[in-house]
Design a protein around this ligand. Structure first.
Ligand code: KIV
Length: 261
């Protein structure tokens, strides 16, 4: 039986060169499926805004919405490390605000929190309270309006900024850092320089692990992103299944006597 994954155990994986597998989840079912499949880290991402709540960005996601989804995922997860995103506006104001928001997520069942950007004081303060923090640099979706869209970061002169951000996050005490949408070569060199695991998304194979959005790899998103790969054509299969059900109900084919009490 696989052992419970913890924040410190990810450092061991990195040292042993074992790639870390991370996927997002938003409810008890997606959480349980990831856990059963042996995923190491399950992130209740603020991407819940796009994937489940119908927002066009993660910016509107609230702490209450995150708490609701963290509680649901918690009920389906046993072995994986459960990380929860601090949504936009719940950690930037002060380190005290960051800690209060983190405590709320931990009380809802998270075992670590993730925040975007080089917020060193907030990270230090949260870590001091006994809460493991995952950083997130590069393309940080909560800053989409500053970036002018979901664009690759760290090209050319920007590379130094991404490396510096990753170091700030590590030096503040984060146990791992997500590198999102940055060139593969840069991600590989950041991974070499840091002493904590790097978790890539659209950042190539040179990272210590990979994270993907559940809906993207299960074929539930409307489009297939370059950084993702379909492992199941979920949307197509579900629509087909639902259309067959509708047809059989309308034709009287379903339910049959064996479906009837
Ligand atoms: O919210 C999210 O899904 C994320 C991952 C893409 C890293 O932050």
């Amino acid at each position: 039986m696989p052992a419970k994954v913890t924040a410190p155990s990810l450092r061991t994986k990195r040292l042993e060169g074992i790639p870390i597998v991370c996927v997002t989840a938003y409810d008890v079912l997606s959480g349980a499926l990831c856990d059963q499949a042996g995923v190491d880290v399950i992130l209740v991402g603020d991407s819940v805004g796009n994937t489940v709540l119908g927002y066009s960005t993660t910016v509107p996601v609230t702490l209450d919405e995150m708490l609701h989804h963290v509680r649901a995922v918690r009920r389906g997860v046993d072995k994986a490390l459960l990380v929860a995103d601090l949504p936009f506006g719940t950690y930037e104001v002060s380190k005290e605000q960051a800690l209060e928001s983190s405590i709320a997520l931990m009380k809802a069942g998270a075992e670590a929190v993730k925040l975007e950007g080089p917020y060193s004081e907030a990270i230090e303060h949260i870590v001091r309270a006994g809460i493991p923090v995952m950083g997130h640099v590069g393309m940080t979706p909560q800053s989409v309006h500053s970036f002018g869209g979901f664009r690759v970061q760290g090209r050319g002169d920007q590379a130094t900024r991404v490396l510096e951000d990753a170091k700030v996050v590590m030096n503040a005490g984060a146990f791992a850092v997500v590198l999102e949408l940055i060139p593969g070569e840069l991600a590989a060199s950041i991974t070499q320089e840091l002493e904590i695991p790097t978790i890539g998304i659209g950042a190539g194979s040179g990272c210590s692990g990979q994270i993907q959005v559940f809906h993207d790899i299960m074929g539930l998103s409307e489009k297939v992103h370059k950084h993702a790969k379909l492992y199941v054509n979920g949307r197509e299969q579900m629509v087909k299944g639902l259309a067959s059900y509708a047809e059989e109900v309308r034709s009287g084919e379903f339910p049959k006597p064996e479906n009837t009490f």
